[in-house]
Ligand binder design. Structure first.
Ligand code: HEC
Ligand code: HEC
Ligand code: HEC
Length: 424
């Protein structure tokens, strides 16, 4: 015990930002004789794969696919030095408060508004496991909350107030400049999103966001992604409404002239579509397109492609059209296609669902889930193609596309619609 304390003291000098002595923390090192529970570690593993591995790597070596796009290297969590110099509480705080809360790079996102305290402890346990560190067993402190922070969901009034603000002030250059600063420096957005040629690749590229997303949606989404997509990898960053407004003003100003849509969309936009006809096409198993084979709307339909239940609220007509006519132009994040060559010489292609140390789970275009172990994979690469058929433009008449578009536009969240609230 004594030797261990000396050892820790020796490390203290490398810790300029440490104020309190590290052996003082409750669930920490010197509670000797007890071990971290397996169930805490495996809960941590699932969370790590979902929220951390893209930057820190599945083994915590700091080499996730997104790491090369970051100006600051993600910490090598599995490294002995890292393990030795951090207490469990310090690791907990870094995850909970993000880089901005512990005076580290803001490229490390904040997770305390997204995950429960118990989940963050499970992550600490898994970080220790990755480092093969037995010296700091992790225990759930009594009273650690197991509930995820609720986060707020904007009401119709909030969204109308935002729309009003956008109209009055939202186009000012000063706001966009402030939003750019938040995006690139003060918040973690740049760690996951590409703008022009810089930035991370975890989420979609946002260089064209002024054309692709409705501003009300950007605002609502950024305030709380989990309200609309509980499993999103994008954490709730606990933003103040004015911060989210500036960021929206900035993203909404991004309408590059040289990044036009790949097709001329005018004839499709000018035709008047019939949503009922569009809906019939969408769900027709005998039809040429059968969108619902792959897409869910309000729980009905396949799971190969993204859920389209609120596509009309979040996407502009141009975005929706481009997705139908030229699916590979923008690959929805999380739906990249991988091509795998197995050791037996077989090719398998599908959408990568999960990847961890032992293998990869993919979904093929029939919606079948296939698990492939690492040892079976000879080579694999991510492809710039979509699992969505690329020939709808030839199969469908302009009028039919306009009908489908009209149907997609009806898929809205009630609080975003412009009509006054119906009497109850
Ligand atoms: C978008 C990329 C990204 C994601 C996602 C991410 N991190 Fe990090 N993380 C970083 C970067 C970059 C640093 C380095 C910060 C620095 O040294 O200034 C870092 C640092 C850390 C640190 C060390 C902080 C310190 O005090 O030195 C811990 C612990 C950590 N991350 C844990 C996690 C966990 C756990 C998750 C998942 C819940 C996660 N990170 C998700 C990019 C990321
Ligand atoms: C840890 C990575 C991460 C960080 C940090 C992050 N995002 Fe995202 N973002 C994503 C992912 C992944 C998606 C894809 C949507 C999903 O999860 O379904 C996304 C989607 C989006 C979208 C499109 C929403 C839609 O309807 O598809 C916008 C706009 C956006 N993010 C803005 C931001 C802004 C602004 C910030 C900073 C305040 C930010 N993001 C920080 C990962 C991140
Ligand atoms: C074989 C499966 C399949 C069929 C059939 C299919 N899609 Fe898709 N769709 C996908 C996949 C996978 C993606 C995500 C990859 C991408 O962005 O291309 C996608 C993406 C989209 C997107 C973009 C979603 C977003 O938010 O980024 C829209 C919109 C869309 N599809 C509409 C349709 C419509 C309308 C039809 C019918 C005319 C259709 N799809 C038919 C598989 C399919």
């Amino acid at each position: 015990m004594f030797v261990r304390i000396l050892f820790l003291i020796a490390f203290l000098q490398f810790l300029p930002d440490t104020v309190s002595p590290i052996w003082a923390s409750g669930s920490d090192a010197l509670e000797s004789g007890r071990k971290t529970s397996q169930s805490l570690i495996s809960q941590g593993k699932n969370l790590f794969v979902q929220y951390c591995a893209h930057c820190h790597g599945t083994s915590g070596d700091g080499d996730g696919f997104n790491a090369e796009y970051l100006e600051k290297e993600p910490a090598e969590l599995s490294h002995k030095k890292f393990q030795a110099k951090k207490t469990n509480h310090q690791i907990f705080r870094a995850i909970q408060k993000g880089g901005e809360g512990v005076r580290k790079s803001t490229l490390m996102p904040v997770f305390g508004n997204t995950l429960s305290e118990a989940e963050i402890w499970a992550l600490v346990a898994y970080v220790r496991y990755l480092g093969k560190d037995d010296a700091h067993p992790v225990f759930l402190p009594t009273g650690a909350s197991t509930e995820r922070p609720a986060g707020m969901r904007l009401s119709r009034k909030d969204i109308q107030a935002f729309a009003h603000w956008l109209e009055e002030e939202g186009k000012k250059d000063a706001l966009a400049a402030e939003g750019e600063k938040l995006f690139k420096k003060k918040k973690s957005c740049f760690a996951c999103h590409q703008l022009d040629d810089e930035g991370g690749r975890v989420g979609p590229e946002l260089s064209r966001s002024g054309r692709l997303y409705r501003p009300e949606w950007i605002y609502a989404w950024v305030m709380n992604p989990q309200a609309y997509q509980p499993e999103s990898k994008m954490p709730n960053m606990g933003m103040l409404p004015e911060e989210a407004r500036s960021i929206t003003a900035f993203l909404n100003s991004r309408v590059p002239e040289d990044r036009k849509f790949s097709d001329d969309l005018t004839p499709y936009l000018q035709a008047t579509g019939d949503p009922e006809k569009g809906k019939a096409l969408f769900y027709d198993p005998e039809g040429q397109v059968y969108c619902s084979k792959c897409h869910r709307v309000h729980g009905k339909g396949g799971e190969v492609g993204p859920d389209l239940s609120h596509a009309g609220t979040s996407r502009t007509a141009e975005f929706l059209l481009e997705s139908i006519l030229d699916p590979k132009a923008v690959i929805t994040s999380g739906y990249a296609t991988v091509l795998i060559l197995t050791r037996e010489g077989k090719f398998i292609t599908g959408i990568k669902e999960v990847e961890d140390d032992s293998g990869m789970e993919i979904v093929d275009k029939e919606g079948r889930e296939i698990y492939i172990r690492k040892e079976e994979i000879k080579k694999y690469k991510t492809q710039k193609i979509s699992m969505m058929p690329g020939n709808f433009k030839d199969l469908l008449e302009v009028q039919e596309v306009a009908d489908i578009l009209a149907y997609l536009k009806t898929l809205t969240l009630p609080e975003f619609s412009k009509e006054p609230k119906p009497a109850q």
